[in-house]
Design a protein. Structure first.
Length: 598
């Protein structure tokens, strides 16, 4: 039985039957993959769609055709690797002005605000939908699930939405950069420092009962770089003479690293000033008075010299971590899982980890080279190289983004405060994805949203395996950790509502109110699908490509054809054709064949 069949049996999916922005330059400019006789050719539209499912937030018919026209995946990657980064912060700031999200009740302009959550989510989804740098944005989302911070209640960042946005831009800017450089910028970003309590961490003071905070020291090792057990290059665990996994560090190591991460404060702030008024966007600055200058014993017994500055200690410590042999397989495997498959073969992991260790020019940690290796690996591109366990459950966010991109979700027009429209702030109208469900609460229904994990351990662990056949066979299925009764029903209802209630056969005409004088809502543009619905075969052929990579099984095609051809299920004319198009999209996106990305 294949992984797809096992997961289909394990997961009950209810099938409901119903009647671009600012940019920045970085070192990716002018990067080129060589085009040779050995370059990977795009053989057909189905293969193009499959590739785009991994490299973007969802294929569209236009993007599928473009990729085929490029002839090789390398040509497409070269274009993506050289598109300037679409940054979120400048657009969030402008939208916050229009939404009155950064103004206090007395009219005072705020440095940050919990209400900026609304423009932050809007800009994130706009970028997912419309940005040209899809690969960069897709990789930034993957990195956000490794180098985790979160706005979720109780985790300390809900009032710091501008800081969160700034942090995400760090991931965007460095997605095609070097992992070591990314790691340092992440370490010194106030959002991470607030999330894992590194800001104002200070050396031991026995008189005041103070000792260095161990939080960041633990997570930078356990989650961001090397993991808890020694690994082979192929990601499998090394074993000792008794067949037991070998720990990468112990509690003493954590205590020593905690000393390294002392003496860092917010830029321009006094050490004991109120942190709420501090700069939560600029990198932390060193305050040597609070830094531990003793010798520290770090990984594999490496020692730091005494009397080093905070910056020197931090740089050396991160170098020591980055030098560890675990970094390449640990990070490479997780990126493969986020982009391609939950259970990559050891050979797949090894090949990517080798590129992580050496990009061909002797450089370790080059993420451009790593993402190329992941997407162009023979196991990803050749069905013949894939085992029956190849594939992954689609994440809720990626299900939604695929739907929106494939059928061009159109934003509504709004003016003023998020829920007090009489507060206009004087900055004019703006576009907004407006539904019965707010963007910020998509995670309430699905268990996932941008930078909304419930802990530093992400939405799901990379080694998670649900009880049953998958677990018995030692297979990972990370995304299943957020699959439960609540998210199954919530996700199904959300998709059902969007497909059946927020879609139309005609494009949305932007206006502040709809025909009934009520606030305008967003909608999917199903004009093409409505026309195609005159002929069930043509409709399914179109949807098969954009949703299922031209791999719809004969049994599913038969079930859909029989159901869609029953005239009594739909009204006559254009209305009935729209109903048929909605029904087909709903049933396909609820099917196990769609839910498992191959």
């Amino acid at each position: 039985m294949s992984m797809k069949s096992k997961i289909a049996l394990w997961l009950f999916v209810p099938l409901v039957l119903s009647a671009c922005g600012s940019s920045a330059k970085d070192d990716s400019n002018q990067y080129r993959l060589p085009i040779t006789k050995q370059s990977h050719k795009v053989l057909n539209q189905g293969d193009a769609a499959k590739f785009l499912n991994r490299a973007t937030f969802g294929p569209t018919t236009d993007e599928i055709k473009r990729l085929v026209d490029y002839q090789t995946y390398e040509n497409w990657l070269n274009e993506q690797l050289n598109i300037p980064a679409s940054l979120h912060s400048p657009r969030v700031e402008k939208l916050a002005d229009k939404m009155c999200a950064n103004i206090d009740d007395d009219g005072t302009k705020l440095k940050d605000s919990w209400e900026i959550i609304y423009p932050r989510h809007q800009v994130w989804w706009e970028t997912v939908m419309n940005s040209k740098d899809q690969l960069r944005q897709r990789l930034a989302f993957a990195l956000s699930q490794i180098l985790v911070i979160s706005e979720s209640d109780g985790l300390g960042l809900s009032d710091l939405q501008s800081s969160i946005t700034s942090y995400y831009d760090v991931l965007v800017k460095h997605s095609f950069g070097n992992y070591r450089e990314l790691l340092e910028e992440v370490t010194l970003h106030p959002a991470m420092a607030d999330f894992l309590s590194m800001s104002r961490n200070q050396k031991e003071n026995k008189a005041e009962g103070i000792r260095p905070d161990e939080n960041y020291a633990r997570e930078v090792l356990q989650l961001f770089t090397i993991g808890v057990h020694e690994l082979n290059l192929d990601g499998t665990e090394k074993l000792d003479s008794k067949g037991k996994p070998i720990p990468t560090y112990n509690q003493k190591t954590i205590e020593e690293f905690a000393k390294v991460f002392t003496g860092w404060n917010y830029a321009g702030a006094k050490w004991n000033s109120y942190k709420g008024n501090a700069d939560h966007i600029s990198p932390l600055v060193a305050v040597e008075k609070y830094h531990d200058i003793s010798q520290k014993t770090l990984l594999k017994g490496e020692k730091t010299p005494t009397k080093r500055t905070a910056k020197e200690d931090l740089g050396l410590a991160l170098d020591i971590i980055f030098k560890h042999s675990n970094v390449a397989p640990f990070i490479s495997k997780q990126l493969i899982q986020r982009l391609v498959t939950s259970n990559p073969s050891p050979d797949y992991v090894r090949r990517v980890a080798q590129v992580f260790n050496n990009n061909g020019d002797g450089i370790k940690g080059d993420l451009k080279a790593v993402v190329n290796a992941i997407l162009l690996d023979e196991e990803a591109l050749s069905t013949a190289k894939q085992t029956e366990n190849f594939g992954k459950l689609r994440e809720p966010v990626l299900r939604l983004s695929h739907l929106w991109r494939a059928f061009k979700m159109q934003p509504a027009l709004r003016v003023g405060h998020r829920w007090e429209s009489e507060k206009t702030c004087g900055y004019g109208n703006y576009y907004y994805f407006n539904f019965w469900t707010d963007l910020t609460c998509i995670s309430c229904k699905t268990g996932q949203g941008p930078l909304q994990a419930k802990s530093v351990f992400n939405f799901f662990r990379p080694d998670y395996s649900p009880n049953g056949t998958l677990n018995d066979k030692g297979l990972s299925a990370p995304e299943f950790q957020i699959v439960n009764e609540s998210t199954i029903v919530g996700s199904s209802n959300l998709l059902h509502t969007m497909i059946t209630r927020f879609s139309d056969s005609k494009p949305l005409v932007p206006a502040l109110t709809d025909a009934k004088g009520k606030e305008q809502k967003s909608q999917l543009n199903l004009a093409i699908e409505t026309v195609l619905a005159k002929n069930t075969e043509k409709l399914l052929k179109h949807l098969d490509l954009v949703l299922l990579n031209d791999e719809m099984s004969d049994p599913l095609k038969t079930i859909l054809t029989e159901h869609l051809n029953k005239d009594k299920n739909f009204h006559d004319g254009e209305r009935g054709q729209l109903e048929k198009a909605r029904e087909a999209i709903l049933l396909i996106t609820s099917s196990p064949e769609y839910l498992i990305q191959r």
